[in-house]
Design a protein around this ligand. Structure first.
Ligand SMILES: Cc1cc2nc3c(=O)[nH]c(=O)nc-3n(C[C@H](O)[C@H](O)[C@H](O)COP(=O)(O)OP(=O)(O)OC[C@H]3O[C@@H](n4cnc5c(N)ncnc54)[C@H](O)[C@@H]3O)c2cc1C
Length: 467
């Protein structure tokens, strides 16, 4: 009788889970989750831990045999394999060096006790090794990566409907609380009000988007006040839903520019993984080396003002407060706040990446790093450094009625629309009538846009001169 272990890492679901295809004929399967902060290239941030906690709670409710452990990943699995005389261990494939190394080590140690390790791609539509240029090297530009590489490769696997019923449990495993994932802080309780963190919540979110949002996605996705994006990112990150289910559910819809654009955004996630897989030093280092000499500024108080949504630029502040309150930020606003940090404040993208990593429920090691490098201009296919978003014109263009700004900055609710994107331009009697005292109830701008833009361009120019 085959006794197996299935390890849940970033695929926290029972539906369309390719791990199960390796287990369908096994008779006794121990489902486990091992909490080891050091297993991952980047230890989880605070918001991710909260999402992880509720995802595991949901999984445990639906699979009561799920057993929890805390400690060294490899040692824990090997000792369980010995204890229960296990002949097969199944786990998701991971794509960063530390995790790859740990799984190699695990395979080695399991082999020594005649146990086999099977690693399965459960989180990507295409394996990074399956999407390469004709000369066998990885793509660094998105459009050919996606249009030629991904769409020219085999179709992503169809969703699978294997349900296992032969689970068993370990009476000596830990309780979920023992993993210590929830902070002792009201912030987490408030943040989760926005979400249904469960496999069924993920499915409802997808269905809702396919019925109501995708039909205007291509243009609507730029307007943060509209419900035109899927908000699936955290569910994808933790595998509450399968990326193959999402792909095929959308691809089945009548063809349109909206469906095509949505699928290509899933392609951006694949691109990020491909980059980090093939260029793993990107996790901390600039992909474009010339940026190593960039004259970043260290300024703790400007960084703090940005983090807290107190820059004096309403669209930036609304985004940063959305992030803090909900663990999410709309993509257009991520680009605006990112540009503001690295170009107007000249603060290193590492600081932005780290804050997002801690606060985002969808904090993803590949998408976060690749996107920050894109914003900073030092990544692959990056926004040119001289393209500096102007937060006033971005606000006017993408939040024309100020609905998004006012959702997060209620202190500006009585300000006439005309001044909502640049409150400091309002005459004093208008500010007074709106009950706003700049510098007290809402900050004055922390930098001058024109001056900071020129400084940024000069700093960028200095790279060209030294390279
Ligand atoms: C500075 C910065 C940091 C970011 N950090 C993250 C991160 O940590 N985790 C993360 O998942 N995304 C990140 N993104 C990408 C993008 O902002 C989010 O994926 C998107 O806003 C999530 O919302 P959604 O699910 O409604 O997206 P939708 O527009 O509905 O897109 C569907 C899915 O496609 C993927 N996707 C969309 N855009 C991108 C993109 N540009 N790069 C990679 N994948 C994408 C996501 O999985 C997303 O859930 C970042 C973007 C920027 C500019």
């Amino acid at each position: 009788m085959t006794k197996s272990i299935v390890i849940f890492t970033n695929t926290l679901r029972l539906r369309d889970n390719k791990l199960f295809s390796q287990l369908q004929y096994d008779k006794r399967i121990l489902p486990i989750y091992v909490h080891d902060e050091l297993f991952f290239s980047k230890p989880l941030g605070s918001a991710s831990k909260v999402w992880l906690y509720y995802s595991l709670l949901d999984l445990k409710n639906r699979c009561p045999e799920l057993s929890f452990y805390k400690g060294d990943f490899v040692d824990t699995v090997v000792s369980l394999a010995k204890k229960f005389d296990i002949s097969k261990v199944v786990v998701s494939e991971h794509y960063f060096p530390k995790e790859i190394q740990a799984l190699k080590q695990l395979s080695h140690e399991l082999n020594a006790i005649s146990c086999e390790l099977k690693c399965v791609n459960t989180s990507l539509l295409w394996h990074p090794n399956d999407v390469l240029k004709d000369d066998g090297t990885p793509y660094k530009v998105f459009t050919p990566f996606y249009r030629k590489g991904c769409l020219g490769a085999d179709l992503p696997d169809n969703p699978q409907s294997i349900f296992l019923s032969s689970f068993c449990s370990d009476p000596n495993s830990l309780s979920l609380e023992f993993l210590d994932l929830l902070p002792d802080h009201q912030w987490a309780q408030d943040m989760i009000q926005d979400w249904d963190i469960s496999e069924s919540g993920a499915k409802k979110t997808l269905d809702n988007f396919l019925n109501n949002g995708i039909q205007r996605y291509k243009e609507g996705r730029d307007f943060p006040a509209l419900q035109s994006v899927s908000r699936l990112s955290a569910y994808i990150r933790f595998g509450n839903i399968s990326i193959n289910t999402i792909w095929h559910s959308a691809a089945k819809l009548p063809q349109s520019k909206h469906v095509d654009h949505f699928l290509s955004e899933l392609g951006w996630r694949e691109f990020s993984y491909s980059l980090l897989y093939h260029f793993p030093t990107m996790i901390t280092n600039n992909l474009q080396k010339k940026f190593d000499k960039f004259p970043w500024k260290d300024n703790a108080s400007l960084l703090r003002a940005w983090q807290k949504g107190l820059t004096g630029y309403p669209i930036v502040d609304a985004g940063m407060r959305e992030l803090w309150q909900t663990g999410y930020m709309h993509n257009r606003v991520r680009m605006i706040v990112g540009s503001f940090l690295v170009k107007n404040l000249l603060i290193h993208w590492h600081h932005g990446e780290a804050w997002f990593w801690d606060c985002l429920v969808d904090a993803d090691p590949a998408s976060n790093v690749a996107s920050w490098q894109w914003v900073a201009g030092c990544g692959a296919d990056a926004a040119p450094y001289f393209r500096i978003f102007n937060p006033i014109t971005q606000g006017k263009k993408f939040d024309p009625n100020g609905d998004y700004i006012l959702r997060y900055l209620p202190e500006l609710e009585n300000l006439p629309k005309k001044y909502l994107f640049s409150p400091w331009e309002a005459p004093s009697e208008i500010l007074k009538a709106a009950n706003i005292e700049l510098g007290k109830s809402y900050p004055l701008p922390i930098v001058d846009l024109r001056e900071s833009r020129e400084l940024a361009l000069a700093a960028f120019q200095s790279l060209k001169e030294t390279s």
